[in-house]
Design a protein around this ligand. Structure first.
Ligand code: ATP
Ligand code: LTN
Length: 351
């Protein structure tokens, strides 16, 4: 019989993801589509897999467009506090700020030198984001954004990178760059697999339920901010756009508004959409929305309280970020040293 104590612990596949600090609060879409999934990845998965998670706030990505320094600093800390409030647990995950690890920018430069201009120009996010002001007035940083993202990922040699569908192309570039580096120099990087979050995790605008919920929404009534006053959020749910029927039924084409509310209800309560449809059969939209408003209030109230608690006394948060950076550095500095060696940089002299 194998001696359990002598069995080495199984290697846990690493997962890594980042999120930008570009708003004063995450919205319900960011919460359900990204952050809460990160918290879920910390537990043993239904297939028995247990991951080693690394999560960070991409503050360096945020300055690809102009930022007020005070606002950026505040948003970065609010973002980190919200990760903890959402259940990302510093005991199980390394939680850190991108700018605390110079290795990201250092490997980012190597990635830029590996990327062709044409390849970078094909990135649809760059095309979208530079379209407004014109490519000529976009920062070079915005152009190089995917190469910094590739560095963020490859430094940690993760097995999976949980991201939304919009980041798939950046993940593909990351894999191409990893492969290019490995064949040009020596096998150094693991090719990360995208862990594309389910389409069901996509949350739509409450007033315009065919557009995704976004901080750049046309009306604030379509958006639930996690740190908003819960009574305001409850009101937004009660006045969400539905349709002229009265049947609580999931049908994304014919009933996008109700389907979006069902998705939110199910994601927040853990009750399946089918069960919700059955529970609200014949009850009309009023009761349905009012119950969903209560569910939203029950989730956002403690979330908000915990975020404020962490920001009011920074001791805990600062400690979490310091320990997270330390754990991240242990991995990132090793990868960067391998890269520098393989590229042909002379190691620093000691006197
Ligand atoms: P934008 O204003 O550029 O649309 P946003 O606030 O909607 O931005 P991002 O900063 O692009 O969101 O995304 C942060 C994370 O939240 C990403 O992982 C993204 O996939 C996820 N996310 C954003 N909006 C939604 C949504 N409506 N539903 C589900 N996930 C979302
Ligand atoms: N581009 C991502 C944020 C991001 C990221 C990363 C995600 C920056 N670096 C590394 C995963 C891995 C976004 O805007 N959602």
């Amino acid at each position: 019989m194998p001696d359990a104590a002598a069995t080495p612990p199984a290697v846990r596949p690493r997962v890594l993801s980042g999120i930008q600090p570009t708003a004063d609060s995450y919205h319900l879409g960011n919460y359900l589509g990204a952050v809460r999934n990160w918290a879920d990845l910390q537990s043993v998965q239904p297939d028995g897999t247990s991951y080693e998670p690394f999560f960070f706030i991409a503050d360096q990505h945020a300055i690809t467009v102009e930022q007020d320094p005070k606002v950026l600093r505040r948003r970065t800390l609010v973002a980190a506090a919200q990760l903890l409030a959402a259940g990302v647990d510093p005991e199980r995950s390394a939680i850190f700020l991108q700018s605390h690890l110079p290795e990201h920018a250092q490997l980012g430069w190597v990635m830029q030198c590996l990327t062709s201009f044409g390849e970078a120009r094909r990135m649809t996010q760059f095309k979208d984001k530079s379209a407004k002001g014109g490519e000529g007035s976009s920062s070079v940083g915005l152009f190089a954004y995917p190469m910094l993202m590739a560095a963020d990922i490859l430094l940690y040699r993760p097995a999976y990178v949980p991201v939304g569908e919009d980041q798939r192309q950046h993940l593909e570039l990351t894999r191409d760059l990893a492969q290019r580096f490995n064949s040009r120099y020596k096998k150094t990087f693991r090719l990360p697999e995208p862990y594309i979050l389910k389409e069901t995790a996509k949350i739509y605008d409450l007033q315009e339920p065919t557009a995704k919920m976004s901080k750049s929404a046309s009306s604030p009534n379509g958006l639930i901010d996690m740190l908003d006053d819960p009574t305001v959020s409850a009101k937004k749910i009660r006045s969400a756009v539905t349709d002229s029927e009265a049947e609580v039924r999931f049908d994304e084409v014919a009933k996008p508004g109700v389907s979006n509310l069902l998705r939110i209800f199910s994601a927040l309560s853990g009750v399946s959409i089918e069960k919700l449809e059955a529970d609200y059969a014949g009850k009309g939209y009023g009761v349905f929305k009012s119950d969903l408003a209560d569910v939203v209030v029950d989730v956002v109230t403690p979330f908000r309280a915990r975020t404020h608690e962490l920001l009011d006394d920074r001791t805990e948060l600062d400690g979490v970020l310091a320990r997270g950076a330390e754990r991240a550095r242990a991995v990132a500095s090793k990868t960067l040293a391998d890269v520098y060696d393989r590229v042909g940089f002379v190691p620093p002299f000691t006197v």
